[in-house]
Write a new protein. Structure first.
Length: 522
């Protein structure tokens, strides 16, 4: 009997994966509950002692030491307690008697339930203690079952939950499949420890790089930042902590073997590995790969940047639905605006024009005060005696010109000092008599013209020469046929001339070959 109990105890501990001490404490607690249900020890404080070596069970009744007893089943005076234990003190407990460990059917059923419950609690506590310090680590799990809003996976002896918020949209989960997950959180709950795993967390990508790239695991290469859109694309910024180490090449591996293993684990998710740089402009240019950046302008105040790319790579820099520039902004921490070189040059030219206009406006505004003072200086110059005498002489020669000169003198006195206006009265008399000799003969000729004075040559009508053989004077009408030829108009004469010229100049053609095609054409 005893040996059977010990064998059963050992087997139970092995099946549950629990230490024997925990199983013994669970059985003792179950026996205490069972004896409390028994009619003999009802409403009494009972303690059970189980010997792991022999399997003997000892049931003791405990009472509390008080000054005045109100319940004889649970309390005892100090004087009576000294009889059982001389060292007992007030408010202590003392074992008053022992009783057999036999129990009824109900007590046995209760003990069984308590044992199972205590063992489950012990298992949950062990699971919690095991995974409490392993948050952020990667585990290989098997999918047990797929539910509408979560996936249950087997994580060692425990079950973990993959909620829908931590799933990758493009992945399909089936029972029995294996995959790697990140242990995100470990929490206590009424049903035991709750383990939450993730497939979409950025830390999973970092841990996969540490597993596949020895340089990252050893610290020769560090991952500075990661931007990820699960299932679609990710960008990883790396830098070397040792001289002579290529950070990007170390992560990619020979022929891309290392990075390909990570891509396969993430079911085809694209990964861009870029080199980190302390210069923000260079880092931004690297982050926008695979597009080639021509120029980057930074605004440190509001932390915005403008990247200029070739016109043909504008869509590549922006990415599908803005994905590439969005990941670059999250990777660098800057707000990025993408522009083509054509658009950027147009904006620069427009900005230059505006700046030039602003400078010109500012220059005019600066010159306004001296312009207002010019009339005062001009009036002083106009009052000089030499200039006045010259103008007076010109006024006597031509009164009308003098009046215009006076008006101009009042409006712009500075212009009178120049010698150019002095020469104007000299030129005017020379131009005035020129039209007189030309117009008078013409008018006389018009008055004397008549039919008698017309020369004979005017009646001679020029006509087109009809042929080369015409020996008469060309263009002279002498016969009726000449007039009849002109009735056809210019078109008829030109047509006849072309025929005559062609007949005189062309040579006889070679005889044509008689072919079927020629007959058909004829």
């Amino acid at each position: 009997m005893k040996s059977d109990f010990i064998v059963a105890l050992t087997q139970l501990a092995a099946e549950r994966g629990l230490p024997r001490e925990i199983v013994l404490s669970a059985i003792e607690a179950a026996l205490v509950s069972a004896y409390r249900k028994d009619s003999i020890t009802a409403n009494q404080n009972v303690s059970v002692k189980l010997d792991p070596g022999t399997g003997d069970v000892t049931v003791n009744i405990l009472k509390t030491v008080v000054e005045e007893v109100t319940d004889e089943q649970t309390e005892i005076t100090l004087k009576d307690a000294k009889k059982f234990n001389p060292e007992v003190e007030m408010d202590g407990t003392v074992v008053t008697e022992s009783m057999p460990h036999t129990a009824g059917r109900i007590a046995a059923q209760t003990a069984k339930q308590v044992v199972m419950q205590r063992l489950r609690e012990a298992e949950r506590e062990i699971v919690f203690m095991e995974y409490e310090d392993k948050e952020g680590e990667v585990f290989s799990v098997n999918i047990q079952r797929v539910e509408p809003k979560q996936v249950i996976v087997a994580l060692g002896r425990a079950e973990a939950v993959l909620p829908i918020s931590e799933q990758v949209p493009i992945e399909r989960y089936r029972s029995g499949n294996k995959m790697k997950v990140l242990l995100k959180t470990v929490e206590r709950s009424s049903k035991g420890p709750e383990l939450i795993v993730s497939r979409a967390d950025t830390l999973l990508l970092r841990r996969l790089f540490e597993m596949e790239v020895p340089e990252i695991f050893s610290g020769a290469v560090e991952i500075d930042s990661i931007a990820r859109e699960p299932g679609s694309r990710s960008k990883v910024a790396v830098r070397a902590t040792q001289d002579g180490v290529d950070p990007v090449g170390s992560c990619v591996g020979l022929r891309g073997v290392r990075i390909q293993n990570i891509v396969n684990e993430l079911h085809g998710e694209k990964i861009d590995v870029v080199e980190w740089n302390k210069e923000a402009a260079i880092f931004l240019a690297n982050a926008l790969s695979p597009a080639q950046v021509m120029k980057v302008e930074l605004n440190v105040d509001d932390k915005t940047a403008t990247a200029v790319v070739p016109e043909r790579q504008l869509s590549l820099a922006i990415g599908k639905e803005g994905q590439n520039v969005r990941l670059a902004a999250r990777l660098t921490g800057w707000r990025v605006d993408i522009k083509s070189n054509v658009e950027y040059e147009a904006e620069v030219a427009e900005r230059a024009v505006k700046e030039a206009e602003a400078i010109a406006t500012g220059a005019v505004a600066v010159e306004e005060p001296p312009v207002a003072e010019e009339p005062v200086e001009a009036e002083a110059v106009a009052e000089e005696p030499v200039a006045t005498e010259q103008v007076d002489e010109e006024v006597e020669a031509e009164p009308a010109a003098a009046e215009e000169a006076k008006v101009e003198t009042k409006e712009a006195p500075v212009a009178e000092i120049k010698p150019a206006p002095v020469e104007e009265p000299v030129v005017a008399p020379k131009l005035a008599p020129q039209p007189a000799p030309v117009r008078e003969p013409v008018a006389a000729a018009e008055k004397s013209a008549s039919l008698r004075d017309v020369p004979e040559a005017i009646w001679t009508i020029r006509r087109a020469r009809r042929s080369v053989s015409d020996s008469d004077e060309p263009g002279q009408i002498r016969f009726a046929e000449d007039i009849a030829g002109l009735r056809g108009g210019v078109t008829a004469s030109r047509r006849n001339r072309r025929r005559d010229d062609a007949a005189a100049t062309t040579q006889p053609e070679a005889p044509k070959r008689k072919t079927k095609a020629g007959k058909r054409r004829r």
